[in-house]
Design a protein around this ligand. Structure first.
Ligand code: SF4
Length: 425
């Protein structure tokens, strides 16, 4: 990342800029004492007399214009003028990303290191096929689910700035990505830390405008705080897949309470009902834990009954695993490993039949699919109701060659537990 330092005012300021440049060089940045199409511009201002102040403001406004047009990634102002009038200037010129006073070089370097890691994130090498990519919108989690070590490992929830996510999504689209898979520990809390409110819907509204992105898929939501505006947007916006991954973990009230999930059976049932009413064809994916400490046979039967009646579209299940340092690790009445495995097998057998029934209901229908791969003479594709690696696949046969990463309309000819077969229309 190239940084251009624009120095105004006296020779003392020039020396200050040289010191700043050497600090930045030591931190691995490329630095020039001019703009020269840099990614970041730092203006070292002068506030000595009226003329100097005016020149500083004019210069800030000039580069502010470039920042607004996204020709530069960050605009930073340092030096005398900034030291004297920072509070007023912050309000007057919002195009500036950060203001620092005189000689605050460590702070400038820290700020840029943080931004630089975002830049790295944006320019990462994809490990997925070229046509889909994950977009991680936040890190960490503020919740206290008793079985989960994530908040201890990943720390508190921190959202990424919306601008940075949009830049990343545009870059991904330019590289050929057509499907964005939005991920976070809990996507429903996106934005609360930096914008003081849930911002998933506004983020999605911006992402759907990006040319080239055709599908946006949502993974890992928390049931009780799922925002209505996201469901409403999903119902009307074609680019947002009719798909939601929302781990419920259990249905028994006592177990949910011990899991410290912060919601009851009602809110899960309410979410399923509300969502299906608004988006009848939505695929709801969820995950569950079996064998949580204290889970009795009756509790497990209650979970099975829920699975049978709710008929969720995609379901994963895990046996409870005790994680060191979590609240659940202190709980008594653990379920034996043998029992946990038996419950898991019974659970998955029930869901398998539901999956078969759901898949067979697609036979004869025409669906839009994306081709992920070609193996043994068959194209491997997915519908909008399926996420890569974890959900169903569609095996497409075609006499004409198809392109990997392209969308096609197919007619479903047969269905199995986790696979559909289809022909190109
Ligand atoms: S299970 Fe999910 S929501 Fe709960 S603490 Fe862990 S990461 Fe957060």
């Amino acid at each position: 990342m190239r940084i251009g330092i624009v120095t105004l005012g006296c020779s003392k300021n020039s020396v200050d800029s040289e010191v700043l440049a050497s600090n930045l060089l030591q931190s691995g940045f490329e630095v020039k004492h001019e703009y020269d199409k840099s990614d970041v511009v730092i203006i070292n201002t002068c506030g000595f007399i009226a003329d100097a102040k005016e020149q500083s403001i004019d210069t800030i406004l000039t580069y502010g214009f470039l920042r607004k047009k996204r020709k530069i990634k960050k605009l930073i102002v340092v030096g005398c003028l900034s030291e004297r009038y920072m509070k007023d200037l912050e309000i007057e010129i919002p195009e500036v990303d950060a203001w620092f006073g005189v000689l605050q070089w460590d702070e400038v370097v820290k700020y840029l290191n943080k931004s630089f890691s975002q830049y790295e994130l944006i320019n990462r090498e994809l490990s997925t096929p070229e046509h889909y990519a994950f977009l991680k919108i936040s890190e960490g989690c503020d919740r206290i689910c008793s079985f989960c070590a994530i908040p201890m490992i990943r720390g508190k929830h921190i959202s990424r700035e919306m601008d940075s996510l949009i830049d990343e999504a545009k870059l991904l689209a330019e590289k050929g990505v057509k499907e964005l898979i939005i991920i976070a520990q809990d996507i429903t809390t996106y934005g609360i830390d930096i914008y003081k409110k849930q911002m998933l819907a506004p983020l999605l509204e911006s992402l759907v405008k990006i040319d080239g992105i055709e599908w946006i898929r949502l993974h890992y939501a928390y049931p009780s705080t799922f925002p209505d505006d996201v469901l409403e947007l999903m119902a009307k916006e074609e680019k947002i897949c009719k798909y939601i991954d929302i781990p419920f973990q259990h249905i028994n009230e006592d177990i949910l309470h011990k899991m410290k999930r912060g919601h009851k059976r009602d809110s899960i049932e309410d979410f399923v009902e509300r969502t299906r009413k608004l988006i009848p064809n939505i695929a709801i994916r969820s995950t569950f834990i079996v064998g949580f400490p204290g889970e009795t046979d009756d509790d497990f039967r209650e979970l099975l009954d829920f699975i049978k009646s709710a008929k969720l579209d995609r379901v994963g299940a895990f046996t409870y695993s005790e994680e060191e340092g979590t609240a659940a690790a202190q709980l008594e009445n653990s379920v034996s490993n043998e029992e946990k495995i038996e419950r898991l097998e019974e659970f998955m057998a029930v869901q398998q039949e539901i999956s078969l029934e759901k898949n067979q209901s697609f036979v004869g229908q025409k669906l839009k699919v994306i081709i992920d791969d070609f193996e043994d003479g068959v194209y491997i594709a997915r519908t909008e109701f399926d996420s890569p690696e974890v959900d169903n696949i569609v095996l497409v046969s075609s006499e004409k060659p198809l392109n990997i990463g392209e969308f096609y309309t197919v007619s479903i000819t047969s269905a199995d537990y986790f696979e559909l077969e289809a022909e190109v229309v």
